[in-house]
Design a protein around this ligand. Structure first.
Ligand SMILES: Cc1ncc(COP(=O)(O)O)c(C=O)c1O
Length: 451
């Protein structure tokens, strides 16, 4: 489906996507006051937040890494003035920049801890309710009685790596049999880490969608099987959405208001869309018309951009427009956007930009050199967002269209960094060498990002 009328994507945009030219697409359907709400049974960001808080003590008991946060699944908000200086020099209009450090979330080392922990806690609560004996009280989630119930069940998931680390570890710790179906692009160290913790890893030759499908099929045949469905799960989505309350508190503590005079711009790496979609949903519910969320995707895997720009209700994958979905950003190597999330983003998402792999390595290196923080390349996908917004024609037109060009000096920009604290040192070394080699080869290159 290589032509514009068949895909529904405008000719110029389609050409840029097919040429793998980094591109900002601003959503023509964007509504500042998007009022999309999931059905009641999906719960709310506040309920998901309460659930994670309610079980903090149990999480702290299960994982020593969570003791410093008293069992809270939370990450710091880092002020990054030096990173800003390097990424956007001469940026008088660039406002204040922060990194939301989900790469540092304990246990799973990525944003996937939020959704993954939330969904397995929902399942655990449900199983205890279902197995409750009349007249008896519910056992604690980490009690021997609960462990005995959970050990009868298998929790399975399909993953490019990081969701597997999250679901596998929380499920195993509660006593479930945990199975992670991994795609070919999943990194070896992620598989090794899971296996070392007694989690079953099944490898698949195909891409992420193949791993998910295989996991789904296997779980369907097992009456005691539960499949965490990354492409459709509302429980995962709400776990990510719970982060909005945390960010609101941290921005308030940092003295950053979010209102008509102080807009908030958030840049989120996107794979299938669950994590960035859930966070955007939570943020829109928290801050309404004053927050504007952008997704960032690799040039080989811009699945959400393709789906939203095609303006179709039927699925359109990156393969359909001739891309190969091959990227070093393993967590973002997804060919088809979540059918749950894409429609929800139709009027809620401000836009999507695509990022060259070179830029991911260079931005991850810049983060380390300026602020001393190590992340994986996928997690740096959002870092070119402010340049797109403030320095490109499309970004400036977006700001003018929504009356956001008047208060830019007072704006807050949050770059969501989504994974990396568990990456082995040798891998980080390799990422940095690659970043350095790219910078030396072409110190002025911005890899398609306006500068
Ligand atoms: C580091 C990292 N960032 C972002 C994402 C994107 O999350 P989602 O696939 O839910 O869009 C992933 C997904 O695995 C990831 O591993």
């Amino acid at each position: 489906m290589n032509n514009s009328s068949a895909s529904g994507i405008s000719g110029q945009l389609l050409q840029a996507l097919q040429d793998r030219t980094p591109t900002l697409w601003c959503n023509p359907y964007y509504q500042l006051r998007s009022a999309v709400v999931l059905p009641e049974e999906a719960g709310s960001p506040a309920q998901a937040h309460d659930r994670l808080v309610r079980h903090a003590k149990v999480l702290g008991n299960l994982f020593s890494e969570l003791s410093r946060s008293h069992g809270q699944v939370s990450s710091p908000l880092l002020s990054v003035p030096r990173l800003r200086e390097v990424l956007l020099p001469e940026g008088d209009d660039a406002g204040s920049w922060f990194v939301k450090a989900d790469h540092d979330l304990p246990v799973a080392g990525s944003v996937k801890a939020r959704g993954g922990f939330h969904e397995v806690l929902c399942l655990a609560e449900r199983l205890l309710q279902e197995n409750r004996k009349p007249g008896s009280s519910l056992p604690a989630l980490d009690s021997a009685q609960a462990h005995d119930i959970f050990s009868r069940y298998t929790v399975a998931v399909g993953s490019t790596g990081n969701l597997g680390l999250s679901i596998g570890q929380i499920a195993k710790a509660l006593g479930f049999h945990a199975v992670v179906h991994m795609s070919a692009d999943a990194k070896q160290w992620k598989k090794d880490r899971l296996r070392a913790r007694g989690i079953e890893v099944i490898e698949h030759a195909g891409d992420y969608a193949r791993a998910v499908q295989a996991g789904r099929e296997q779980a369907e045949q097992d009456p005691y099987g539960y499949f965490v469905d990354d492409e459709h799960s509302a429980a995962l989505f709400m776990g990510y959405a719970a982060s909005a309350q945390e960010l609101a508190m941290q921005l308030a503590q940092a003295g950053r208001p979010v209102d008509a005079k102080h807009p908030l711009f958030v840049y989120l790496p996107c794979g299938v869309g669950g994590a960035p979609g859930g966070i955007s949903y939570g943020l829109k519910h928290q801050f309404g018309e004053h927050v504007h969320c952008f997704f960032a995707e690799p040039v080989a895997s811009p699945c959400m951009l393709v789906q939203l720009a095609s303006d179709r209700s039927t699925p359109l994958s990156v393969y359909d427009i001739g891309l190969d979905n091959r990227t070093e950003a393993d967590g973002l190597a997804v060919g088809l956007a979540s059918p749950l999330v894409a429609p929800l983003m139709r009027d809620m998402l401000a836009g999507v930009f695509s990022v060259a792999d070179e830029r991911l390595f260079v931005d991850a290196l810049r983060f380390h050199e300026t602020e001393g923080v190590l992340i994986e390349p996928s997690a740096a996908a959002g870092f070119s967002g402010p340049n797109w917004l403030l320095r490109s024609e499309a970004g400036q037109a977006f700001l003018a269209r929504h009356g956001l060009d008047r208060n830019l000096a007072e704006a807050t920009h949050v770059l969501w960094s989504t994974g990396g604290s568990l990456v082995p040192a040798a891998e980080h070394q390799r990422f940095q060498e690659q970043g350095r080699a790219l910078m030396q080869a072409d110190a002025d290159a911005a890899w398609g990002v306006p500068d």
